[in-house]
Design a protein around this ligand. Structure first.
Ligand SMILES: Cc1ncc(COP(=O)(O)O)c(C=O)c1O
Length: 387
């Protein structure tokens, strides 16, 4: 490997949410932090060099996103996902969460029903409830091979819902949805005029052996009835630069969305996010391929460890993302007891499952985008769960 993912980098005192808010979140500043979805790996050297070069220019004034910027994203989506996206479909948004919140505001009204598939990333819930829309849970089902969508329930719910926010691939359960599954979902949504917001921030983190299906490639009709969000932030560890892309194939929806974003002056962004994103989209392939192989190694390590040492902890191997979703329900402890044992006794800072929806109770989400030695240390600490 050309890149060194084993390197330990001290992130304390950098205003890092993951490190510097441990005392507040876990009531323990010493937990091993494996929660917030950013990586403990260096942002790639080519991205840092590009940002430093721009930073050396003495003026950081207003900027705009030019053709080369959108061409870089276009080239990346074509190379990595065989998705041809005309540049006019794309526009800047300051973050995917901000982007889908603006879509909720632009395309639904107070009291409208919005479907999400829990357990799912907490801001999906908030994007609905914080704006007075009605949350409809199309809970995922646990099948013998992993999580599945409940299409029968979706058929019923879609009759009255206005929007569905899809996590594609899914955080936290790590599913890379198949073309067949997504097609079925799209058919139900099209039949019932449900607008699909497809959050594809994890699409570049699909693990070896799996293939991401961009929602807008399912059919011409599906493309006309969706808004897709993409970002380089999760993939290349740029989350602090707040730079993402909205992709809206349908002109009418696009005009309305872009108008909404511009009215809020949310379309400008910061110059360093532009430079880093463009550089990663142009030069990031080799780095990403090596990253994915390393993350897969971490996942294999944890899977083997749990199977051998902690058989009461249940899990499905993720197909995408650098997270694992671990089920501790076999220990028959309350959420509070689990939380206390994990944070105070094991001293591990994982995400609490119930933050992803009630059906996440008894689960923890663990972030494996870190050096192997950190993963090994986490597994050592996890030994206290040995029955
Ligand atoms: C599914 C999903 N969407 C969006 C985000 C965050 O996106 P942004 O930082 O661009 O708002 C995350 C971060 O963990 C995520 O998991």
């Amino acid at each position: 490997m050309r890149y060194n993912f084993d390197k330990i980098i001290d992130r304390s005192d950098t205003n890092s949410v993951k490190y510097d808010l441990r005392k507040v979140v876990f009531d323990n500043p010493d937990v091993l932090p494996m929660w917030v979805a950013d990586m403990d790996f260096e942002t790639p050297d080519f991205a840092r060099e590009a940002v430093i070069k721009r930073a050396e220019h003495p003026i950081y004034g207003y900027h705009f996103k030019d053709r080369p910027y959108f061409n870089a994203i276009q080239g990346w989506l074509k190379r990595r996902h065989q998705w041809e996206v005309p540049t006019e479909w794309m526009s800047f948004v300051p973050g995917v969460v901000c982007g889908f919140n603006m879509a909720v505001l632009a395309f639904t009204s107070e009291g409208d029903e919005i479907i999400i598939q829990s357990p799912v990333y907490p801001p999906f819930h908030h994007a609905v409830t914080e704006h007075g829309r009605k949350l409809v849970y199309n809970k995922l089902k646990i099948g013998s091979d992993g999580y599945e969508m409940d299409f029968d329930l979706l058929e019923q719910q879609a009759k009255t819902a206005k929007m569905l926010i899809l996590c594609n691939p899914h955080n936290p359960v790590g599913r890379c949805w198949s073309r067949e599954e997504l097609t079925r979902l799209s058919e139900i949504c099209l039949k019932n005029d449900v607008l699909v917001i497809s959050d594809e921030i994890h699409c570049d983190l699909v693990l070896p052996g799996y293939k991401h299906t961009p929602y807008a490639t399912l059919s011409a009709e599906a493309a006309e009835h969706c808004i897709v969000f993409h970002a380089a932030s999760k993939t290349f560890n740029l989350a602090g630069l707040a730079t993402s892309t909205a992709i809206v194939p349908n002109k009418e929806l696009r005009d309305k969305y872009v108008h909404f974003v511009e009215a809020l002056e949310a379309h400008l962004g910061n110059i360093f996010g532009k430079v880093a994103t463009q550089t990663c989209m142009e030069k990031g392939d080799e780095w990403l391929d090596q990253l994915l192989a390393y993350v897969q190694g971490n996942i294999d390590y944890v899977s083997d460890f749990l199977t051998t040492n902690l058989p009461f902890v249940r899990f499905f191997k993720p197909q995408a993302t650098y997270m694992m979703w671990l089920d501790f329900n076999a220990y028959s402890l309350s959420e509070l007891e689990l939380w206390h044992k994990m944070t105070q006794e094991a001293q591990l800072g994982f995400n609490r499952g119930s933050d992803f929806g009630q059906d996440g109770s008894g689960f923890f989400r663990i972030n494996l985008a870190c050096p192997r030695s950190t993963v090994e240390e986490a597994m050592r600490r996890l030994q206290i769960w040995h029955p």
